[in-house]
Design a protein around this ligand. Sequence first.
Ligand SMILES: CC(C)(COP(=O)(O)OP(=O)(O)OC[C@H]1O[C@@H](n2cnc3c(N)ncnc32)[C@H](O)[C@@H]1OP(=O)(O)O)[C@@H](O)C(=O)NCCC(=O)NCCS
Length: 288
Amino acid sequence: MTSFTSPIPTIRPALPRDKADVAEFTKFIWDGHDYVGEVFPRWLEDPHGILLAAEYAGKCVGCAKVSLIASGQWWLEGFRVDPKFQDKRIGSRLDAACNQWWDEHGDGMLRLMTNSKRVKVHHLSETRGFVRAGEVCAYAAEPLTKATDAFTPLQPEEAEEAAALCQRWMPNGYLNIGWKFAAPNAEAMRAALQDESLFFWWRGRKGIVSAWEDDEEDGNRFIVGMEACAGEDRVQLLEDVRRLASARGSVVLRWMNIMSESILRDLDTAGYRKDWDDAAYLYERRHS
Ligand SMILES: CC(C)(COP(=O)(O)OP(=O)(O)OC[C@H]1O[C@@H](n2cnc3c(N)ncnc32)[C@H](O)[C@@H]1OP(=O)(O)O)[C@@H](O)C(=O)NCCC(=O)NCCS
């Protein structure tokens, strides 16, 4: 492993002048599909949490962010090191600084999601005491053109009622809101609603789904991040969601959350097929 002579990389809060460096080096991450360069300017404005940068020889060569989702629910994201400077323990320092910041300023639970093959992140997370809460995967189904009146948009003032329904049907489950996971309490739901997430009651108050829409080159994608209902109703709900996706003009429907034997069986029955080559791990650490 390369060691640094002089100058030595430093970890500090990110600055507006880091935008250009981050935009440049993230072009070479994930075959050019990294989103961090695009969102970084917005992240600099976030008054909660912390956005850290690694600086080396006057340039920003890495970043990582601790974000607040709802009270006591935090999310680690945007963990990146310039490919030219990887494997030199810069990531390790950034991750340590994020965790230290959260130990000092955070509370409740800190979570992150990472690809099941990203061994450096597994190593760092497990060393710091994170536990694997589950394995996440995405399943896709064709939207069905037949109309449905099974769904009603949830209003912010109904969030307590929706959280109670989640508590009833998935007491240990997670809300997936735009790639971030949180316990589905009313505050997290209200925050998600403000952040362009969608929630729908299903068949009156029999169930609830959360979703978001991604506008991609080939058309709109409808992504279901959580479903809660009685176990025996789930296949019907998942089939109805295929009609909802079509009604919203989506060309792709995807379900993404933690896998279990029963959800995999129901997804299969409702016509959903595996859509990712790998899985992802959801990690979490409780504040001491
Ligand atoms: C993930 C990433 C941020 C890590 O940054 P990095 O500077 O290359 O990582 P480091 O050199 O600090 O290594 C991190 C840790 O993994 C360890 N490590 C390295 N190779 C490893 C391996 N094959 N297996 C297990 N651990 C390994 C290192 O020893 C270090 O741990 P230590 O501090 O206990 O010694 C960087 O590789 C990156 O930007 N990847 C692309 C974007 C990405 O996937 N981000 C993560 C999203 S969750």
